[in-house]
Design a protein around this ligand. Sequence first.
Ligand code: ADP
Ligand code: ZN
Length: 635
Amino acid sequence: MLDSISGSRSRYDLRIDSSRMTELLSRATRILQDVFGYSAFRSDQAEVVTHVAAGGDALVLMPTGGGKSLCYQVPALLREGVGVVVSPLIALMQDQVAALKEAGVRAEFLNSTLAWKQAQAVERRARAGELDLLYLAPERLLTERGLALLDDLKIALFAIDEAHCVSQWGHDFRQEYLQLAVLAERYPSVPRIALTATADEATRREIIERLHLRKARSFVQSFDRPNIHYRITGKDTPRRQLLRFIRESHAGEAGIVYALSRKSVEETAQMLVENGIDALAYHAGFSAAEREVRQTRFLEEDGVVVVATIAFGMGIDKADVRFVAHVDLPRSLEGYYQETGRAGRDGAPAEAWMVYGLADVVQQRRFIEQSEAGETHRRVANAKLDAMLGLCETVRCRRQFVLEYFGEASAPCGNCDNCLEPPAQFDGTEAAQKLLSCIYRCGEASGFAFGAQHIIAVLRGERTDKVLARGHDRISTFGIGADRDDAQWRAVLRQLLTMRLVAVDHEHWNVLRLTETSREVLTGARRLTLRQEATGSTARRSKERRRRQGAEAKSPPPVAPGSSQEEALFEALREWRRGIAREHGVPAYTVLHDTSLREIAARRPQSIESLADVSGIGATKLARYGQAIIDVIGR
Ligand code: ADP
Ligand code: ZN
């Protein structure tokens, strides 16, 4: 009896709950449409928004471009009080606030760029309850003054953006993020939502642990980006390979090229410019103003290629980036996936392309060995690099490999180089034995160790000065590898390095040494299957095939180029937008996105009411700009 009563009671509670949720969802949807001008929530957004609006904690994992911001912006507007957003990136914070203000939301930020008077004014408005959203740099929040301010406010929620910054092993670690657990203690009744695009299991656990989010509900969205085609090929002449890639596959299109060093960034950009490509260099060595100019050109003009260090891209919300290229090996899959995720946010086909070679492996291992970090840190860095190398050398579907790393099961994708053109494999045991014994014999003969170039020369039977000087033309391994060319031997060596069957001694001119496990291969106890290096011509063939396949299945077809009349209107709208952006001192995309302008140009709405249907135009923008846009259309 009791059981049945309590049973019906809980069903009743559930009913209340679900009707409350329905009500919250309809209010949330109204905000989405009125304020942000979007017709519907994407995938997980609706659930996150209602959960947080109802007072729950949440951990949100979505890929870059997935739409994380709305997950806290909408509930902040729904709930009483101000939504406090912790964000580590000042530039990003400013752009977000600018975009919110354009949409008519009362948003402000507090960070080191504000003069004391300005900061005071923001604090005053917050205390007077005049703000919907307040963005705070973590170091600012944690000061006594910051916490005292929070104590005085009615807080709708805390959003902790880029939450992976709590991870000491991550690429963006921020000391202050560790102290954000104080929010849980100090404001236990305020819902907290942590968001990130970094999704490996360890980072997830660390976020939950360090931010005291054990009761939080996790929302893990699929990390798949089906419209991105992945291609990783061997590196021989990286700049020429890059040039060919852009010319053959992405002429006139916007893209980002990532390189490791400033020098490499500048030289690559210069090479592209000399070859008629509209390219710009971007790295932390430029002044903030110069970086801003370059970023704005990339965002506003068509078909600009930015060559950058990883300093570029955080918070870049350009929808039509058609390719992301890596000419140097990234340090981790997290970094790689975040960077490649900047391609194709508009859902149209895009490409993630990378060249990588022996030197990358050697260099990255050296960075780790020579870093000042402690032993544990080095171990983690090596494990991350191993995963990255695993992706490069795998013969399986690349996408499946990455998604698996992020804890997501999937089928082979049909839209990566390995799926479209399965790489040849061969029994590499004999080749490996030749290489390992050559390293051994050279060392035995001269009492020294040697680098890759020399070992391969001996294998191939080349009588270089060094080979002759060392008498290595007389050892038993001289010339036993004449059947493979230099590139093929490098590919074999690269894979042995990846498997740690050979080590590089960074202390001594990068010479090669055998490892404890080399013996297993030398004695034949362990057999190896290696990936055959693709030659240039097959890489080209695969491009053709990809084109054909891409057009049929998986990826949506590219947006057809509009009529010339449509193009003219789009240009006119952009010109108008540039004027507004300049007047307001904000980036153009915070006024209206390209996608909104495209839609207007295609549909040519004739009245303010029909303009309201365009995605990205909410009530405030309609009131502010509606007439001006109709005027541009009518010209
Ligand atoms: P993230 O922070 O996850 O990288 P953002 O929050 O910046 O992504 O969103 C990426 C883009 O998608 C933005 O241009 C945003 O305005 C747009 N967007 C997000 N949610 C929606 C939606 N429900 N409908 C239409 N556009 C959306
Ligand atoms: Zn695949």
